[in-house]
Design a protein around this ligand. Structure first.
Ligand code: GTP
Ligand code: MG
Length: 149
């Protein structure tokens, strides 16, 4: 089963959007397997976004991610990685479709309220990076038969 790492960024926490953002994934029917409020240290932010290290905006991005607590989530489900990216919308919120999280709730790339893994491999990598073993929960939602035939 696919897993994705979703994170409400510090602007989303400060703006009181945590419940709204969690709700989008919950209502869709994916399974939450990890959830915590967390102040991210700089080295972890840099490791998480290491593929962007050469970019001009990298220092600003790291400052943004460590500027306040984030909400870390692991979600599971068939196709969850790509589906979560669709729910989140384009990187630039002004180009994100209405109905997506960024399209509905944000106006700038540098304050785009939420992160989602971009591949199943990165989903696994990022969940391992942000969560310790005992922080993840395997469980069977009772609504399962009403989500999948
Ligand atoms: P994430 O889900 O956070 O990984 O976003 P993404 O996959 O849609 O975009 P990408 O991985 O390319 O960039 C990661 C994050 O860096 C973005 O979500 C933005 O917060 C930030 N970022 C990307 N491009 C720019 C930019 O041109 N300027 C600024 N200020 N931030 C940027
Ligand atoms: Mg990305």
């Amino acid at each position: 089963v696919d897993e994705t790492y979703i994170m409400v960024k510090p602007d989303g926490v400060q703006r009181g959007l945590v419940g709204e953002i969690i709700s989008r994934f919950e209502k869709k029917g994916f399974k939450l397997t990890g959830l915590k409020l967390f102040q991210c240290p700089q080295d972890l932010a840099e490791e998480h976004y290491k593929d962007l290290k050469g970019k001009s905006f990298f220092p600003k991005l790291i400052d943004y991610i460590i500027s306040g607590p984030v909400v870390c989530m692991a979600w599971e489900g068939v196709g969850v990685v790509a589906a979560a990216r669709k729910l989140i919308g384009s990187t630039n919120p002004l180009q994100a479709e209405p109905g997506t999280i960024r399209g509905d709730l944000a106006v700038q790339t540098g304050r785009n309220v939420v992160h989602g893994s971009d591949s199943p491999e990165n989903g696994k990598r990022e969940i391992a990076l942000w969560f310790k073993e005992g922080e993840l929960c395997q469980w069977t939602p009772t609504q399962e038969p009403w989500l999948r035939e």
